[in-house]
Write a protein that binds this ligand. Structure first.
Ligand code: DAH
Length: 340
């Protein structure tokens, strides 16, 4: 019995020594000390021990049990401690490590310019109007004095949904929406997307942006138009910049002009950017055609007005000397990032 006991004790202690994780200790505990364990088995075998020796043997078994229990407990504590340390080590954070860079977005250069244009005109007392991009032929053409079969329709390759519905080819129809719903004095601008069935190249896109302007009041003259556009040009490109009017034709204005802005790069001396002319064409404008006023419910004997329209891409490209319009649409961050 004694030998069996010390064999169990020694075997268990030796095994305990080599154990490296808490789960294995649990196994050992069950196998030796558990209800069906080796030591309990010995206790059951007490029947074969002489009655006078039973207390001594019982005492011995209990001693071994105590010894083993303490040894197991100590080992358990030790292992738990090392396992905790290991876990802590694995979870350490190096607080001196630099953080991951957060990529900051940029407002698209064209929208920066659009905001600037709006700011300039709002500063002159204009309010921002809005109109639908899916438009009726009636507004896009008829009310702009471009009747069916008018040659001006050919100049704008239109996306039609059907005979009456189309994607607006310019922001000018917003003029009609405003005149039909507001009473003069009117002073609005309208930035927005416009559509034309053009092939994509360096200067064309089927979708682009315009900003329209409309002023209607008693006694508005071409001088007001010129003054407004000069002020606009100076605010956009700086002092020393003015505009030049060239006679032109638009069905919705009479008289009409194409407006050039003095080249901001050479201040009018002539350079590569303005192709030596000193001026760069940026917009169309004119006095609102009395026919348009009439169709839109405004009495042309009482009121006059001016209108203008410009391409936002064009203004942006001139401002930043961008040679290819496609760069504005590709959204390559390497391009966009340059306009922070
Ligand atoms: N709507 C014209 C276009 O798309 C631009 C324009 C010219 C607008 C003269 C105007 C204007 O308001 O008066 O080409």
């Amino acid at each position: 019995m004694k030998e069996k006991l010390s064999a169990i004790l020694e075997g268990a202690l030796k095994e305990l020594d080599s154990i490296q994780d808490t789960a294995a200790i649990e196994n050992l505990k069950v196998r030796v000390l558990g209800k069906k364990g080796e030591l309990t088995g010995l206790l059951r075998g007490m029947g074969s021990v002489a009655p006078e020796e039973r207390p001594i043997v019982g005492q011995m078994i209990n001693d071994v049990r105590k010894q083993l229990e303490t040894a197991i407990e100590e080992k358990q504590l030790k292992l738990m401690e090392t396992e905790k340390l290991k876990k802590l080590e694995a979870e350490t954070i190096d607080i001196t490590m630099p953080g991951r860079e957060v990529k900051r977005g940029t407002v698209h250069p064209m929208y920066q310019v659009q905001k600037k244009l709006i700011d300039i005109f709002v500063g002159m007392g204009f309010t921002v109007a809005d109109g639908p991009e899916i438009e009726l032929d009636h507004f896009n053409f008829e009310l702009m004095n471009i009747p069916k079969n008018h040659p001006a329709r050919d100049a704008q390759d239109t996306f039609y949904f059907n005979d009456n519905i189309l994607l607006r080819t310019h922001t000018s129809p917003v003029q009609a929406h405003v005149m039909l719903t507001q009473k003069p004095p009117i002073r609005i601008i309208c930035p927005g997307r416009v559509y034309r069935a053009d092939e994509v190249d360096a200067t064309h896109s089927p979708v682009f942006h315009q900003i329209e302007g409309l002023v209607i009041d008693k006694g508005i003259t071409m001088a007001d138009l010129k003054g407004t556009l000069d002020t606009f040009a100076r605010q956009l490109y700086g002092e020393g910049i003015d505009t030049r009017f060239r006679p032109s034709f638009f069905p919705f204005t009479e008289p009409s002009a194409e407006v050039d802005v003095r080249c901001s790069a050479c201040k009018g001396k002539g350079c590569r950017i303005c192709k030596g002319t000193g001026y760069i064409e940026i917009l169309g404008a004119g006095m609102v055609n009395p026919k348009v006023l009439e169709m839109c419910g405004i009495d042309p004997t009482e009121y006059t007005g001016f209108a203008f329209g410009m391409g936002i891409e064009r203004v942006t490209n001139l401002k930043y000397n961008i040679k290819d319009m496609r760069l504005l649409y590709e959204n390559d961050v390497r391009f966009i990032e340059q306009f922070k």
